[in-house]
Design a protein around this ligand. Structure first.
Ligand code: HDE
Length: 754
């Protein structure tokens, strides 16, 4: 009894005696009655701590006693403390030898405060540094259970998600509306572990092999000598790369199309890009491509608008997402899959499914909806959530597997590796935003920033000391088993398959699928970007690439550059257009759209009030624009001004309404002093004129009532132009404008204004 070693030995043999019944469903391990000869077959948790051992009491990261759910609490109490919880009397003055004397090194609070501040920044993501994110929920429709056994896809299962949208090239502080691809990364906290769908808003990628990723990113990032231009592809190295690697042609064309400048994250499609392999409960496999379809439709800015926003509101997309969620206009997407048989060739209608520069037209393989994503909450802390979230294409759950796309293979390595320098070690999975909602028992131990206090003595398998735990799980009980795909006998080579060699028929299909106005925008984008290049040879090579996609495209850009249109590089076999690739030609819900209502601040306030209410009733956001801030009118009928002639700019609005006109002798739309207005014969304030002229040029719906015509005339907007609704009263004008908004823009106007 008094021998401590003997006591410990007794404790161990006591603990090793199986004390729980056989756990159900451990394959190949029937409950054993006879004493184990090797591994225990009945699971039992790790040994309890020895009498001399005790774990830390459970406190939150900054010291709150955690009753139940306090682990997330990062601050407590109302008193300022240092990091050790000691209360402080003063955080504004360093400890000094007299008020005018030297600061003392012994001031721990000063040193701790500055030390922590010095290390507040972590390295930004090497790509996709600029982003915005939101929490939400995914609801399975059950339509995918035929092809995948993933639990979260089953009917009506609700799974919490976190989605981060991003640009690719810019730094963390760069502008939102640059021409670029957008990231669309979704973390599903499923009951079977985390599944990450790390996609983009374009279905194809620049390169076919991950080994070129550092190269394409080096080419797209700012030049290494002066570190310019920021967040742009309009420079020599980008165009040098994408014209020398012609596999980049398709993705580049998408970037130069309206897809490169989305109106909002809420109005973007998302794509998994690679082909994935789904596995159903019977073990049957299917190849699929993932699509996110936005309920509000896929819409874009126009280029001048995007450029203006970069100055006027560089946070445009981030603000839009947060505002919409705050207002209860929760963005939604349907998740869909294109389904292909898993044949040994892994092709569909002649399209190589392993080549990430290919898409499969929806006309050939329709997108089948399998669930609904709703974003319903903004993050409460940007750093802890949006910045620290770590996605990984290798975070898969049973029922979803990968294919041999060589681009995907490289990603499977990169996303783990990059977190080591970005998040400072291998334990990033323990950060609150990255924690799985399924129990974890992983035998991973120690390392930088370890916050778990693991129990037991045997983090290895097999073991007999921790009751054999953790036990392994076969496919029948929810274990993740890689599909035993048959591999062809092969030589080890550094080569791409012959089927990866066609770089032009897919871009040509995209071009042929565009409407005239979309083509015009594409020509404009290439002309702008190549016009920013200095190297003549780069421009000339780019024109040859364009000539190979399409003669009209090349001729348009060549004319803009003042260069001759060259011959194509090769003959492209005929392809059929895919109408689904065009963003035009349908109507969509208008909720969350921003409608500006311009008033001179004095006349027609009843109309302003009525329109404001009608805009809200239609699920949109009214912003009243008046000469100065404050409140218009009085009492219950007062209308608050949201934008003034100084703070409003057309790019913020999807549509603009002009309320009434001044009566004779009155100020016209806020000309700043009455004398000036009278002198100019009641001139429209130039800022209102600019607002209307820009909105008109950008194809936006315009409306007005009670003689608003004067303001349009002053802005050189013909009152009878397409998409200008002049009505008797405000609600009438709004009705017309809402109808136009359903098509996103007044597309006819581009044809007339060029
Ligand atoms: Fe990524 N990518 N990527 N990528 N990617 C990263 O991971 C990488 C690719 C995508 O909001 C990095 O955690 C390689 C395709 C998104 O946090 C890094 C290759 C697609 C995000 C990385 C690709 C993407 C990333 C940087 C070529 C669309 C942002 C920080 C083989 C299907 C995720 C990080 C977020 C981020 C590597 C190509 C999407 C370096 C090597 C194709 C949405 O690991």
């Amino acid at each position: 009894e008094s021998n401590p070693l003997k006591r410990a030995a007794d404790r161990v043999s006591e603990a090793l005696r199986p004390d729980t019944g056989p756990e159900e469903g451990i394959p190949g391990k029937p409950g054993a009655e006879t004493p184990p000869v090797d591994e225990p077959v009945k699971p039992r948790g790790p040994l309890p701590p020895k009498p001399d051992q005790r774990g830390p009491d459970t406190y939150s990261p900054t010291g709150q006693a955690t009753g139940v759910d306090q682990a997330e609490v990062a601050q407590g109490g109302s008193r300022l403390t240092n990091a050790q919880g000691t209360r402080l009397p003063d955080s504004d003055h360093s400890l000094k030898a007299g008020p005018r004397g030297p600061v003392l090194l012994q001031d721990h609070h000063l040193r701790e405060k500055v030390m922590h501040f010095d290390h507040e920044r972590i390295p930004e993501r090497v790509v996709h540094a600029r982003g915005a994110a939101a929490h939400g929920v995914f609801q399975g429709y059950g339509t995918a259970t035929e092809v995948s056994k993933a639990a979260f896809l089953a009917k009506d299962v609700e799974t919490p998600v976190f989605v981060r949208f991003s640009t690719v090239l810019g730094s963390r502080g760069s502008s939102d509306t640059v021409r670029d691809t957008r990231g669309f990364a979704t973390k599903f906290y499923t009951s079977e572990g985390v599944f990450d769908l790390v996609g983009n808003n374009m279905p194809v990628f620049f390169i076919q092999d991950a080994i070129k990723f550092p190269d394409v990113i080096h080419a797209g990032k700012p030049h290494p000598d002066r570190e310019i231009p920021q967040a742009q592809s309009a420079h020599d190295t980008f165009w040098d790369f994408v014209t020398l690697h012609q596999e980049a042609t398709h993705h580049t064309l998408w970037n130069m199309s309206d897809r490169g400048i989305p109106r909002s994250y809420r109005m973007m499609e998302g794509f998994g890009v690679h082909t994935f392999r789904l596995v159903n409960a019977e073990g049957t496999t299917t190849l699929v491509k993932f699509h996110w379809k936005p309920r509000l439709g896929t819409h874009s800015l126009v280029w001048e608008e995007a450029q203006l926003i970069n100055g006027v509101d560089p946070d445009f997309h981030r603000r839009d997402l947060a505002d919409a969620i705050e207002a209860g206009a929760f963005p939604q997407w349907e998740l869909g899959i294109q389904v292909f048989p898993d044949t040994p060739e892994q092709t569909f209608e002649g399209i190589d499914l392993l080549d990430p520069t290919n898409l499969v037209p929806e006309e050939l393989a329709p997108v089948r909806p399998i669930g609904l994503l709703t974003l319903n909450a903004n993050p409460s802390n940007f750093f802890a959530e949006t910045e620290q979230v770590a996605f990984h294409v290798g975070h898969l759950v049973p029922g979803i597997d990968i294919t041999d796309d060589p681009l995907l293979a490289g990603r499977l390595f990169s996303y783990l590796d990059t977190q080591i320098s970005r998040l400072g070690g291998p334990n990033f999975g323990q950060l609150p935003i990255n924690r799985t909602h399924a129990p974890v028992n992983d035998m991973l131990r120690d390392g930088m920033h370890q916050t778990a206090v693991h129990r037991g003595v045997a983090p290895y398998r097999p073991n007999s000391l921790d009751g054999g735990c953790p036990f392994q799980t076969g496919a029948a009980d929810g274990g993740y088993v890689e599909t035993p795909v048959q591999l062809p006998a092969a030589r080890k080579v550094r080569e791409a398959p012959e089927s990866f060699a066609d770089h032009f028929s897919q871009p040509r299909r995209f071009w042929l699928s565009m409407s005239p106005v979309e083509r015009e925008h594409i020509i404009g984008a290439y002309t702008f970007e190549l016009g920013k290049c200095y190297e003549q040879s780069v421009k000339e090579r780019a024109l040859r690439v364009l000539a190979t996609i399409d003669g009209e495209l090349c001729a348009g850009v060549a004319a803009g550059l003042g260069l001759p249109a060259p011959e194509p590089i090769e003959e492209v076999p005929p392809v059929a257009p895919s109408p689904a690739l065009s963003q035009l030609g349908s109507t969509w819900p208008v909720d969350g759209r921003i409608v500006g209502v311009v008033t001179d601040g004095t006349t027609g306030l009843d109309g302003v009030r009525a329109v404001r209410q009608a805009v809200l009733d239609a699920g949109m956001v009214p912003l009243v624009i008046a000469p100065t801030g404050g409140v218009l009118g009085a009492g219950d009928d007062a209308v608050t001004v949201q934008r003034t002639y100084v703070t409003a700019r057309s790019v913020e609005f999807d549509a603009v309404l002009v309320a009434g006109t001044p009566g004779p002798g009155q100020d016209a739309f806020g000309a700043r002093d009455a004398k000036a207005a009278a002198g100019a014969g009641g001139a429209t304030d130039p800022r209102v004129g600019l607002l209307l002229a820009e909105a008109y040029r950008h194809g936006k719906a315009l409306g007005g009532w009670a003689g608003a015509e004067a303001a349009f005339t002053a802005a050189a907007v013909p009152a009878d132009a397409a998409g200008v609704v002049l009505a008797e009263d405000g609600p009438g004008a709004l009705r017309g404008v809402v109808e136009l908004l359903g098509a996103h823009r007044v597309w006819d106007r581009f044809a007339t204004t060029g």
